[in-house]
Ligand binder design. Structure first.
Ligand SMILES: [Zn+2]
Length: 259
């Protein structure tokens, strides 16, 4: 469904406002990053969070089973990606979008009103404008380089790509030529050497849990039959049950990839 630029703008503003409300609810001051996003979300919202193998192409999903609202996050994704997916699913939940399944494609879909609203929510929730400005101002060197992108990425525990976009949407880096250069550097993986040179390590939080500690189940989930559900790879039918869609719909959405 297409919408006018004005509708898009007001939808983005509403998503940002909802994210700031949710930040208030999370108790983390607006100018601070989350120590552990997963803990903050689970403690302050009616959501049980699960990190598990959920099929090759699925990044995350928001499901309801009985009284439980559950966010599933792909174990196969890197921690920075899992954090963004978690905030994106929280966005769907807070914006009243109902159950959803996200693939890498839907997470990048800027033309779908609900997906782009959930992304706007996620960016503002993890890295509020005020926090980004405050952090950049605290740096001795504020030049718009890959180093700045890496420092912002590390501070908020988001990917270099998300940090680059956030610096643009915050109005801190606006020059299109500069943006193209940074995109090329990030696409070429140059941030890895930059993190090393600056001795910046990713956050050791619950979104960073690795294989021996996975699947990660919320306490409320581990006591339910849902634990079995996420114990192995989810089938289209099980996933459909959780999100209230038919197996055929799920299969179609995932391009027939889930067995
Ligand atoms: Zn989504």
């Amino acid at each position: 469904m297409s919408e006018s630029e004005q509708q898009r703008q007001s939808r983005h503003e509403a998503a940002s406002a909802a994210a700031l409300e949710a930040r208030k609810q999370s108790g983390v001051p607006l100018d601070q990053p989350f120590d552990c996003l997963l803990t903050s979300v689970e403690e302050n919202f009616d959501l049980a969070i699960v990190i598990a193998e959920i099929g090759d192409q699925i990044a995350g999903c928001l499901a309801r089973r009985g009284d439980l609202n559950i966010v599933l996050i792909a174990a196969g994704d890197a921690a920075v990606r899992r954090r963004f997916t978690l905030a994106h699913e929280l966005g769907h939940y807070q914006l009243g979008h109902g159950p959803s399944i996200d693939t890498t494609a839907t997470l990048n879909d800027q033309s779908d009103p609900e997906e782009s609203a959930a992304n706007r929510f996620a960016a503002e929730f993890i890295a509020p404008q005020q926090a980004v400005e405050c952090f950049v101002e605290s740096l001795d060197d504020q030049s718009p380089t890959l180093e700045l992108v890496c420092r912002v990425s590390n501070h908020f525990a988001i990917s270099a790509w998300s940090a680059r976009i956030r610096l643009e949407t915050s109005g801190i880096i606006e020059d299109p030529k500069l943006i193209r250069r940074l995109d090329k550097e990030v696409a070429g993986g140059e941030q890895k050497a930059c993190y090393e040179r600056l001795a910046l390590a990713d956050r050791d939080d619950l979104c960073a849990l690795q294989a021996p500690q996975l699947p990660r189940l919320a306490a409320a989930v581990s006591e339910s039959a849902f634990a079995d559900f996420v114990g192995g790879t989810i089938s289209a039918q099980q996933l459909a049950l959780a999100v209230g869609a038919s197996p055929a719909e799920v299969d179609e959405l995932l391009g027939g990839s889930v067995g």
